[in-house]
Write a protein that binds this ligand. Sequence first.
Ligand code: AMP
Length: 358
Amino acid sequence: MKIGILGNGQLGQMLMDSVQDLPELDIHLYDLRAHSNDALTAFLASVDRVTYETENIPANIVALLEPMAEKLYPSLTALKTFQNRLLEKNALRAAGIATADFCAVNSLADINEAIRTLGLPIVLKTTTEGYDGKGQYVLRSEADAEPAWQAIGNRELIAEAFVSFSRETSVIASRDQEGNLVVWPMTENVHHEGILRYSLYPAANLSDAVIEQAERYIRQLADSLDYVGTITLELFETANGLVANEVAPRVHNSGHWSIEGAQTSQFRNHILAISGRALGATTPRYDAVAMLNVISDENPAKLAETMPLAHRHSYGKEARPARKLGHVTVTASSVAERDQTMNALAALLPSAVWPLSE
Ligand code: AMP
């Protein structure tokens, strides 16, 4: 079976690598930045299944996918829904999942109205193409309305009530074509300057009720869309339970730990699901796992030599400020051992924001 992946970044690469041992699955990556309509149409026609490593696919390319919809997984509906934060929030609500209160914003007057109805602070976001905190503006007073509008008002916007959360988590699942669903354990995710720095399994002090809520939420979401493939739900943990932040209709940075850390990775189950195969078990292989992003300051020699317990992944990218160049996964037989290795790693990586390194 020939599978085409739209996008040839690290996620596409890791999807491809995850099924290297299955020669009957012939995976091809397509660089969307270099696309021409003819070349892409020919590529789409030449494969049996189409999937994507990113939901940030421009409308002119989405239009080319319409006639191919029956071989696109996750579906065109899922792609369009999770491309747009307003549609995404509506889908979450329709699936019975708690979200921040929100409203659409198309003018400065709408921002002032949002301040009245949602209260301050407000997070203003572009409805499309925001990632790693880009295209966002936090309003703390009425005086922020005008500068926020100047900064990002040239786009369709969503205003969200500010969620007062204790931490950020995510839950990732894969759903197959028969509707079977497998879920990886939740991770705690720590961001800095809008970029994920590290993810931890297990997340400390997760109650059974919270774990049950996360698993129920992702099942409700995937079932509501008859979703096929790997799906990620980012969740704020609050005093009143979990509140959904956003959805990725794909594998996610916070699930990279599953390559070494779980019996089956988020990447492999995605390919198994979309190719009509049975899903693998998501059970962790270790008592404790951490994933640390390497951002803009890779030091391959040092990392490779000094860390026998760490699995290093380099994306082969040129260094740029705030760019993810790779990640390191730490597998350990206890949380204490994991955190000790993280201390040592963080000392090698100036970009690491790891509390125990201080
Ligand atoms: P996003 O791109 O939507 O994931 O937002 C990036 C980051 O901004 C999140 O990881 C949160 O730390 C923060 N954030 C986003 N939306 C909200 C919100 N409604 N309330 C509080 N913090 C938010």
